[in-house]
Every structure is written in C-alpha cells, then in structure tokens.
Design a protein around this ligand. Structure first.
Ligand code: HEC
Ligand code: HEC
Length: 292
C-alpha cells in the first residue's frame, strides 16, 4: 500500500515538474525572441545648442528623470543588478570613454534610444524607460542630449546583460517594464512644448515619472515586487488629498510623511524628488489634487 502511494505521489510530482519546466522553457524562449527582435524606425534629428542655460537644464533633467540613478552619478554606467534569480542588468556608459558610446554616436542615435527604446541597430534596450523619455518635450530632449554630449569621458568597461528566470517570468506576466519598445506609440511625433509656469499642466507633464510605480491613474496598487511595500494612491482621494502643499513638498524632500512614516529611498525615490525645484513640486501637488 505504502509503495503504491509513494509511486502515485512521485508520479504526480514528476508530472508537475515536467509541466513547470515546460512552461519555463516556453517563457524563456518567448522573452529571448522579444529581446532579440530587430526594429526599424525612421531616423530623426534635432539642432543641439549647448548654451549655458540649456546645459544647466540638461543637468537638472538627468537628475530629476532618474538617469543618474541608473547610469551612475557621472553617467558612466553601472551594473544595476547581478544575481542568479534576477540575472545581470547593466546601464550603459553614456560618456565617450572606454566602454562608453562610440565616437560617432549621433543626436539621431540619442533620439532612437529615448524616443523608441532601441539602439542605433534597432536592438531593443532592456529596462531603459523609453516609454517615459519618449514623452519629453523637444526643449527637454535637446537639453538632455546637449548635456550628455559634453560629459567628460570616463573609462568604464561593463559586462553584458544576462536575464535571470525571475526577470523572464515578471516580463512575461507584464510585471516589469523590461521592453519599453513594446509600450511606445512609435507614430507619435515629439511633443513640441508644455507650459513651464507653475500649475496643473506642468504637474501633469512631470507626473509621467511617477506613473511607472503609482500607475497611470496615480491610484497606486500592489507592491512592485514581492517584499516591497504597496504603492499608495497619490491623488486627491489618497493621503495626499489631506495634505497641504507644504506637507507634500516636505514629504518629497525628506521622505518623511506628515503621518511620521520615514520612507526608504529604495522604495520611494525621494532622493530624486528632493532635487525637484519648488515650482515643480508645487505643480505636481496641484496636478495630483486635480485627479479625483
Ligand atoms: C531604470 C533605469 C534607467 C533609467 C532611469 C534610465 N536609463 Fe538609460 N538605459 C538603462 C539601461 C539598463 C540601458 C541599457 C539597455 C541595454 O543595453 O539593453 C540604457 C540605455 C540607454 C541608452 C542607449 C545607449 C545605446 O546603446 O545606444 C541611452 C542613450 C540612455 N540609456 C539614456 C538615458 C537617459 C538620457 C536617461 C534619463 C532621461 C536614462 N537613460 C534613464 C537604464 C536606465
Ligand atoms: C520606483 C517607484 C516609485 C516612483 C518612480 C515614485 N514613487 Fe512615490 N512611492 C513609491 C512607494 C513604493 C511608496 C510607498 C513607500 C512606503 O510605504 O514606505 C511611495 C510613496 C509616495 C508618497 C507617500 C504617499 C502616502 O500616502 O504616504 C508620495 C506623496 C509619493 N510617493 C509621490 C511620488 C511622486 C510625486 C512621484 C513622481 C515624481 C513618485 N512618488 C514616484 C514608489 C514610487
């Protein structure tokens, strides 16, 4: 009898294992196809002016858009993660030093990356948030490119990307923005401009950077990955609706909420929001308050 039961249990476990391996094989194959799929988009260019106002704006943007969080404070790239379950994901050295961008990397190549999420050979860029950078205005794209093109060359030769099973599965389930190229409306032309005065329009434009975590409707949702805190609703119907503009700004500068909760910069990137100008934080508040 015992022997029969063991054979039964063993067979069931065996079948489950084969099904699990089969599904994983299918998922890994699917993600490999998608990450290696070649794309082709019309090349575009912009006139880059490198005056001091533009460069200052570019420097501000690479901080508040999180470029430096992934590409490193000097933009010379870094290994963002490297372990067996997740795999290795590497942000490019964006300077012209060793291991960085080729000497002939043009304004069109910058636009290909930021507007379409592919490199100049049409290869999808992994984890690069081009679905957000594609919504930047023409003056902001110009300022970022101008700033990056004059970066001091830094030698930093980095290893290749190598995806692990957790990243494959999360991408398959659409729980991770690995392939921004798939999320972009590629027919959209560059946004000409937005109102740069303090107010709801500017806040809405800046809030694109919050939508990846707080969701496109800013109502929050499940944790972004197992073990992380849930993502709060930051509209008028959440806590933010009860806070004054001053309290909101204080929260985004210090990571400490009016309720006394100290947020970790790894969960909520407040070291990035701390760098926003007063006008930008006030505009974010006014926009989020206008969302019912
Ligand atoms: C969430 C992390 C993250 C953020 C934020 C981010 N990047 Fe990236 N970026 C990456 C990664 C990772 C790659 C490399 C992708 C690859 O090789 O598949 C990359 C690649 C690039 C490339 C392509 C280089 C090439 O090979 O052609 C450019 C250009 C770039 N990023 C610019 C920017 C700029 C400018 C910003 C800020 C507006 C930015 N990135 C923000 C992660 C990020
Ligand atoms: C990388 C993901 C991520 C991004 C990007 C992000 N947030 Fe958050 N945010 C979180 C998480 C997670 C929490 C909850 C942290 C905690 O509970 O400790 C949070 C908390 C907050 C809170 C506190 C809300 C409350 O009810 O206590 C505010 C306000 C906030 N975020 C505003 C913003 C704004 C504005 C932006 C865009 C400029 C933004 N966040 C971008 C992940 C993110």
């Amino acid at each position: 009898m015992l022997r029969k039961i063991l054979i039964w249990v063993g067979s069931i476990l065996g079948v489950l294992l084969v099904v699990a391996l089969g599904s994983y094989f299918f998922i890994a194959h699917n993600i490999t196809n998608r990450t290696e799929k070649p794309y082709s988009f019309p090349t575009e260019t912009l006139a880059i002016t490198a005056d001091s106002t533009t460069l200052k704006r570019g420097n501000h943007l690479v901080v508040i858009k999180g470029c430096v969080d992934c590409h490193g404070a000097n933009m010379a790239g870094k290994v963002m993660m490297d372990d067996a379950p997740l795999g290795r994901l590497v942000a490019t050295n964006l300077t012209k030093g060793k291991g960085g961008l080729p000497a002939d990397y043009s304004t069109s190549d910058w636009l290909m990356a930021m507007r379409h999420g592919v490199d100049r050979n049409g290869r999808p860029l992994l984890l690069m948030p081009a679905h957000e950078t594609t919504l930047l205005t023409q003056p902001d794209l110009t300022a970022i490119i101008a700033y990056c093109q004059q970066l001091a060359p830094v030698d930093n030769v980095l290893p290749e990307n190598k995806l692990g099973p957790v990243v494959n599965i999360m991408t398959y389930l659409d729980k991770m923005p690995l392939l921004s190229v798939e999320k972009i409306d590629h027919t959209h032309s560059v946004v000409a401009s937005v109102d740069t005065a303090e107010g709801v329009a500017l806040g809405k434009y800046l809030a694109i950077s919050c939508s990846g975590c707080h969701r496109p409707n800013f109502k929050g949702g499940d944790p972004l990955a197992p073990g992380l805190p849930p993502v709060p609703n930051i509209t008028s119907t959440g806590n933010v609706g009860k806070w004054s503009q001053e309290q909101f700004i204080q929260t985004l500068r210090t990571g400490k909420t009016p309720n006394g909760h100290q947020m970790s910069p790894d969960d909520m990137p407040w070291k990035m929001t701390a760098e926003y100008e007063q006008k930008e934080l006030a505009s974010l508040y006014q926009f989020l308050h206008s969302v019912k």
